[in-house]
Design a protein around this ligand. Structure first.
Ligand code: HAM
Length: 449
């Protein structure tokens, strides 16, 4: 029978790969806390209508990329392609703003989009999502951008660019849209088939099409920044001023429109030179009409999402995670129980212990202990049991000492700190053979304490 594999675009994150994930998630949680954000966890499945109404029917995400199915009860449900709509739904459903419980939320979790998998692009990927609800002013925009930038700085990710744009609001955008459609309609023969379709449904998406012909046209097209109303202009100036007070001077990108329709006013992205085609590390913006569009209060919102897979690709090399404090190696069946008890004692003192409860030669034990990267190995075999002691080997110094089995308990100090290899009595360099499994330990020619 052939072995089953994961679904295309869905990736296992293996134990040896988890380090960067823990680092990023830990830093994100810490930083979000410092900015006053509280964690929220929302379901990965939502009603399809939430995304159709929230992200917009005419977006690539809703048109082509969602995993949608009908459940057994006949409801149309979708695996979330992003987190903002679900978080906004939860804010409305639980009246989080009315009760003033919180207006700053973050979430970390998997998203699902049916895209063509490639480096940095998966069908199940993970996002850190940060949202501020209810604050209309430019300071909130600058604050979420600053949170994102602080995270990237603390993770020491090199080669990043912050790009911003304003997308206008429902008052000024229709006028711009009209101008843009007029311009593009005169150049239809230069548009790619996708953009010809977009011309009717979502003309602003033509501006960030990657096709070279469309790109050329986009560069010559009218700019939204020349068409925004005075309020949107003032808001954008405010954001730039606030960012500048933090020492941030983003690039202005008039062609950045973002792929979700809920945005109004500020839009931003962080791009990396080190990711190839999938160069967006994070993106976000203001979505002042989203809560109302989902049937909630007419309150504004601003936030961003960062792609965790892409961050892990960009993280500088990390030193490996430290191994356990102890590796316990019972060398004969009679040693199992005392070492099993010792494992419990050490763990209850806050120390990390791995043990091998299968029998095996000393050589194979040492190999495993070495692979576990434990700081110390405790070995007990027939000789040791008879003599009432254990052999404790410090894997850093390679020193080896005898410790009385009774004394092994206080290996850890009362505060959980690890003491040096215990009240040790010098052991014989080569323990006498008594025919037990201990015979092959001669090669432990480490200096004895
Ligand atoms: P987005 O730009 O669609 O925005 O996604 C944000 C980030 O998720 C991207 O910059 C990228 O790093 C990552 N990402 C997106 N698709 C994939 C994929 N297929 N594979 C790997 N990574 C991916 C949003 O999702 C908005 N909800 C952001 C937001 C929050 N706006 C306001 N609040």
């Amino acid at each position: 029978m052939s072995a089953l594999t994961a679904v295309r675009g869905f990736k296992d994150i293996l134990p040896e790969e988890i380090g960067p994930w823990s680092l990023i998630e830990g830093k994100a949680r810490d930083l979000a806390g410092r900015f006053g954000f509280k964690e929220i966890r929302v379901p990965v499945l939502e009603r399809t209508e939430l995304f159709a109404r929230g992200i917009g029917d005419a977006t690539d995400i809703v048109e082509k990329e969602m995993y949608t199915l009908e459940d057994r009860g006949g409801d149309r449900i979708t695996l979330r392609p992003e987190a903002t709509a679900g978080i906004a739904r939860a804010v409305i459903e639980h009246s989080l703003l009315a009760s003033a419980r919180t207006s700053r939320l973050f979430s970390i979790g998997p998203m699902f989009r049916y895209e063509r998998p490639q480096k940095g692009r998966l069908r199940q990927f993970h996002q850190l999502d940060c949202e501020i609800f209810g604050d209309p002013g430019p300071w909130a925009d600058a604050e979420v951008i600053s949170l994102l930038w602080s995270l990237l700085s603390e993770l020491v990710i090199p080669g990043l660019t912050l790009a911003v744009n304003t997308l206008g609001c429902p008052r000024c955008r229709p006028g711009y849209r009209e101008k843009l459609v007029r311009f593009l309609s005169g150049e239809k023969d230069r548009l790619c088939p996708d953009c010809l379709r977009r011309l009717d449904r979502n003309p602003m998406r033509v501006l960030d099409c990657k096709n070279p012909g469309c790109r050329e046209l986009a560069l010559a097209a009218p700019r939204i920044s020349d068409s925004v109303c005075p309020e949107c202009g003032e808001h954008f100036d405010g954001v730039l001023k606030a960012l500048s007070s933090l020492g941030l001077s983003p690039e202005l990108d008039p062609l950045m429109v973002r792929g979700l329709d809920y945005y109004a006013r500020t839009a931003f992205e962080v791009l990396s030179g080190g990711l190839g085609a999938q160069n967006a590390v994070a993106g976000g913006g203001r979505y002042d009409g989203l809560l109302a569009a989902l049937g909630g209060p007419d309150l504004p919102g601003i936030g961003f999402a960062a792609g965790l897979e892409r961050l892990t690709l960009l993280l500088p090399p990390q030193s490996p995670a430290p191994g356990p404090d102890y590796y316990l190696a019972p060398l004969c069946p009679e040693a199992l129980e005392p070492l099993f008890r010792l494992a419990g004692d050490l763990r209850s003192r806050g120390l990390s212990v791995v043990a091998d409860w299968e029998s095996g030669s000393l050589k194979s034990r040492l190999k495993k202990a070495d692979r576990s990267a434990a700081r110390r190995i405790v070995m007990v075999g027939g000789d040791e049991l008879k003599g009432g002691y254990a052999l404790v080997r410090d894997m850093t110094t390679k020193e080896q000492a005898r410790a009385s089995l009774e004394d092994l308990k206080p290996l850890a100090g009362p505060d959980g700190t690890v003491e040096g290899p215990v009240p040790a009595t010098p052991g014989p360099p080569n323990p006498a053979s008594d025919g037990t499994q201990n015979d092959d330990r001669d090669h432990l020619a480490a200096p004895v304490l």
